[in-house]
Design a protein around this ligand. Structure first.
Ligand SMILES: Nc1ncnc2c1ncn2[C@@H]1O[C@H](COP(=O)(O)OP(=O)(O)OP(=O)(O)O)[C@@H](O)[C@H]1O
Ligand SMILES: [Mg+2]
Length: 240
């Protein structure tokens, strides 16, 4: 929980060009004993500022792997990865941490809230990790996701849909440039899934954040600006 100092490249250099992420010939291999899985094979992809990209493809095609590389959780084994103006091949681990804390928001299928923090504290966590506090912003987002009356509840005291609302607010609280969501509606019933997706889309639109969303849901894909299809670690083709 120790905040990292802000006298960094990230603080000094806001992203200026029109893309938030550019991948060129990206490879990611997982090795287990003698077996190597080529999870990403020469992936080229450009995510423009403010756009919504749906990432689709069969189970095991590399969607989560790609989101992990885009969100600087995982490093590529080959190729070039530029995210929010940073060349991720060249930056130190501390810069990656700052990038994730300040410019990227993440929503997971299984919510991944901190069990010992309330809804309010979970939403404020990205700010707290960066040594900041903004109660008005946290309360505004609690209201936006319809949970103003649940602010003191712990995750175990919230329904799955409510937990994902908290997770959406947490992903957006620090006004990221770029949000990645890995099957965010996968654990929810369809009406809850639709509502939460609508909230995610609306709030990120108001704030101008780009969104990359891995999904098996045709309706989610139909709401995106662009669909990118993966198969066996390769981009098959994209259309609007
Ligand atoms: N940590 C790991 N170690 C070894 N292999 C892995 C690891 N993580 C993923 N893989 C393999 O990499 C490939 C891509 O996995 P990934 O999780 O990115 O797929 P996915 O498209 O997200 O699938 P799903 O739709 O089921 O979530 C799969 O073949 C998977 O078995
Ligand atoms: Mg996955």
């Amino acid at each position: 929980m120790t905040p990292i100092s802000s006298d960094s490249l990230l603080a000094a250099a806001p992203t200026r060009n029109s893309s938030v992420a550019t991948l060129q010939s990206v490879q990611r291999n997982y090795r287990r004993g003698k077996v190597t899985v080529q999870a990403l094979k020469d992936v080229d992809l450009c995510i423009e500022r403010g756009e919504v990209v749906a990432l689709t493809g069969p189970s095991g095609c590399g969607k989560s792997t790609l989101l992990n590389v885009l969100s600087a959780v995982d490093r590529a084994d080959g190729g070039d990865v530029m995210v929010c103006g940073l060349d991720l091949r060249r930056v130190a681990e501390s810069e990656l941490t700052l990038l994730r804390r300040r410019k990227i928001g993440v929503v997971f299928q299984d919510f991944q809230l901190m069990p010992n923090l309330t809804a309010e504290e979970n939403i404020g966590l990205p700010l707290a990790l960066d040594g900041q506090q903004d109660s008005d912003r946290v309360l505004h987002l609690l209201e936006r996701v319809g949970l103003a009356r649940r602010l003191g509840h712990y995750p175990s005291e919230l329904s799955g849909g409510e937990q994902q609302r908290v997770a959406v607010a947490r992903a957006l609280v620090h006004r990221p440039e770029f949000v990645v969501a890995d099957e965010p509606t996968g654990n929810l019933d369809s009406s809850n899934g639709k509502e939460i997706l609508a909230m995610l889309m609306e709030i990120r639109l108001e704030e101008g954040a780009a969104l990359v969303i891995a999904t098996h849901d045709k309706e989610v894909a139909s709401r995106a600006d662009r669909v990118v299809r993966l198969r066996d670690g390769q981009v098959l083709g994209a259309h609007s």
